[in-house]
Design a protein around this ligand. Structure first.
Ligand SMILES: Nc1ncnc2c1ncn2[C@@H]1O[C@H](COP(=O)(O)OP(=O)(O)O)[C@@H](O)[C@H]1O
Ligand SMILES: [Mg+2]
Length: 257
């Protein structure tokens, strides 16, 4: 039973068809990789799923409910959490506060309850704190919880951003180019972390340009090109597909493989 399904999702920007009738399913507890050259429409597709853009046509279903065209905050509340291609940590607040912000996205504690139901509010806040501490422990950032986010190493900031997305307890986590700007050691750490998350029961969609990373982490891969789905298969099938090598890696890279 898929957790997410898209049916013929299309996104146009004026005359440009950035996403062209893409059908996709994401199964519970898998890592689905989406790869493709720059400009293939990967980010636009994810933006159309998560409410950043409204799809021009097509439908999106999440846990059997249609979510097509809902605003981003409603989709987040239903349990889809994501990171962005450009790092978006809040630089001048602490590691702990960065992740607490993520936890609050799905906490049901209206502002006036702070005054009307202070005990309940305090309990909810405490639970959020405990959860965030557990998350930071899990990624080895607990000792740096008071550090300003900007003082973390780049790779750590990327992991912090994923922690913030996880703090809302999402049913589906989407990572858009999580390796961007990372060195190969940071990439290996991230690959281990993403696989660990899947082993703990999470369902994850990863968009990434880095083929080596995707081959390591993905259970299944979708290749996009020119806005459309071009191939779908296991990492092994995708790796051995000559057409994919030509499209994705370019002729030069294909020769090297
Ligand atoms: N907000 C936008 N307005 C106009 N064109 C856009 C916008 N966002 C993306 N595009 C265009 O859509 C195409 C797909 O881009 P994108 O989804 O960012 O690809 P990818 O993430 O695969 O690199 C590109 O031609 C890009 O220039
Ligand atoms: Mg992109």
């Amino acid at each position: 039973m898929p957790i997410l399904e898209t049916r013929d999702v299309t996104k146009r920007f004026g005359g440009l068809v950035a996403v062209n009738q893409v059908c996709m399913t994401v199964n519970n507890n898998e890592i689905l990789g989406i790869i493709g050259p720059n400009g293939a429409g990967k980010t636009s597709f994810i933006n159309a799923l998560t409410g950043i853009y409204k799809p021009s046509s097509g439908q999106v279903f999440f846990q059997d409910k249609e979510i097509t065209g809902l605003p981003a905050y409603k989709i987040a509340k239903q349990g889809i959490s994501r990171t962005f291609q450009n790092l978006r940590v809040f630089s001048n607040i602490s590691v702990l506060e960065n992740v607490l912000i993520g936890a609050h996205c799905r906490i049901d504690n209206p502002f006036h309850h702070i005054f009307l139901r202070p005990l309940r509010s305090r309990k909810i806040e405490h639970q959020a704190y405990e959860k965030v501490i557990a998350l930071l422990k899990n990624v080895g950032l607990e000792e740096k919880k008071e550090t300003l986010a900007k003082n973390l190493a780049y790779g750590e900031q990327r992991i912090l951003e994923i922690c913030r997305a996880l703090a809302s307890d999402p049913q589906l986590l989407i990572l858009d180019e999580p390796c961007a700007g990372m060195n190969s050691m940071e990439m290996d750490t991230l690959a281990d972390f993403v696989k660990k998350l899947r082993n703990e029961g999470n369902t994850i969609v990863v968009i990434e340009h880095n083929m080596r990373f995707m081959m390591t982490v993905s259970d299944r891969i979708i290749v996009m090109t020119a806005g459309a789905k071009f191939r779908e298969g296991t990492p092994e099938e995708i790796r051995n597909d000559l057409e994919v090598q030509k499209v994705y890696l370019g002729e030069q890279e294909a020769e090297r493989c």
